[in-house]
Write a protein that binds this ligand. Sequence first.
Ligand code: GLN
Length: 486
Amino acid sequence: MIPLYDYSLDELSQKLQKKEVSSVELTQSVLKRIEETKAKLNTFITLTKESALQTAKTVDQKRIKGEVLSPLAGIPIALKDIFLTQGIKTTCCSKILSQFIPPYDSTVVKRLKQNDVVLVGKLNMDEFAMGSSNENSCFGPVKNPWDLERTPGGSSGGSAAAVAASQCLGAFGTDTGGSIRQPASLCGVVGIKPTYGRVSRYGIIAFASSLDQVGPFGKRVKDVAHLLKAVAGRDSMDSTSADMKVPDYTQFLTKDIKGLKIGIAKEYFIKGMEASTEKVVHKAIDHLKKLGAKIIDVSLPHTSYAVPTYYLIATAEASSNLARYDGVKYGYRAKASTLQEMYRKTRGEGFGREVKRRIMLGTFVLSSGYYDAYYKKASQVRTLIKRDFDEAFKHCDLIVTPTSPTTAFKLGEKMEDPLQMYLSDIFTISANLAGLPGLVLPCGFDEKNLPIGLQILGPHFKEEKIFHLAYAYEQSTEWHQRKPTV
Ligand code: GLN
């Protein structure tokens, strides 16, 4: 018999609606799975067992009474530890917030609660979402369920690994430069970074405010479509959230993609990427062609500037966002005899190495005399990168690319070389700079049996088109059916 936690979110949603299973049974199955595997994977920072079972019970009662419920009602999900959860510790995996208990819920959490979702816990991540391997967490790295000696990617590594290992039926993360898509690729699950402004950022600990966006992880494209629909849409608490109708993404999941124009950019097939990744992605593109899509060459000429541009803009914004952690307003405070010393020691002891590196770089690029040369220049290049996409989307509906130049790398492999680490985001960063939506789904494996993800990028607010292509691909392949053996 297949254990309940091994089904997909959508399958379980049907089973719950038909009353074949109860949410309490499902939640117990998931909690047991977490207990059995959490030490191996180091995915969970906080478990909310009791409140999860309590919510499950309440949802079951509502269902018995015949109330009309959301498709997500009674489904166990987990959150990256960057979403404020009222009364539940929210650390951002930083020592400086290690005891922080938020007084209110983020909008995403509020909306999930309105959908009667069962929250099972908070997930490990890179400190303040800075990293590509989850090794910058003050709680230690997450292990990749496909190979425990390897990283799950980052910064939402806990979210991707937890979904891959069936410790929850879906999870939420954030993506500033690839933090949903790269770990989804490395862990063999589906993840989407929606258009900037599609989901409210209210109550999410800020890293780089002009780039940060929230998105879901799931085992299947349809699961992710359900999850995004539940949280998307205008929120008066976030002035950058878009006042645009949210379509029911599940309505766009059909298998016919005949005539769909798919752009391929040569700038996304670079020297230094692993041969197996390149081969698998080309095979996936051939497959789309067989399904009836039209493959078109497009050009994104400023792609090679994306990584340096991102590391100027993101660090500049981070240095100002992280100024608030001063030992006065939030979290950790070091003992000291003067105010100056208190600030210095609090930040010196509270932040990890990578976070300090970014604050220093960001402060430097914003300093008078250097602002024009770095920050202003980067903002101009950002516009050029966005224009590349505007131009490309005049000729195609969607763009398909690899997600990461390599499959999951070994823990420790890139820790002493930040530039190598930064390069793992080379295919994901442009979408954040341009504000575009991007989804990643499994499209094959390398010779070490490590998953490879295909990235689908779309025009602003065209998530439904992306879902359409992703679903057609998924339903005509079998990659999503493989599971790690953890
Ligand atoms: N890996 C990138 C970084 O370290 C992106 C992180 C993210 O998307 N949060 O900044």
